[in-house]
Design a protein around this ligand. Structure first.
Ligand code: ZN
Length: 64
């Protein structure tokens, strides 16, 4: 797994943690403190789902 920088949670400032949902094979970032999620990114051979999920998470932080 590549080293992706995750910004703090936009809601509580907690640490974001990369997760993999096994059933539908999706990556997402979840706050370990309040449980906020980035939204699911389907794993694909065409792109790195972890990076996409990190982008969604980081963009959310910038919007708040
Ligand atoms: Zn949080």
């Amino acid at each position: 797994m590549s080293n992706i920088e995750l910004k703090p949670c936009p809601f509580c400032g907690g640490k974001g943690c990369m997760n993999l949902e096994k059933d539908c094979i999706c990556s997402y970032v979840k706050c370990i403190s309040c449980g906020a999620e980035s939204g699911l990114v389907k794993v694909s051979a065409e792109y790195c789902a972890d990076e996409r999920a990190a982008e969604k998470w980081n963009r959310r932080y910038e919007e708040v």
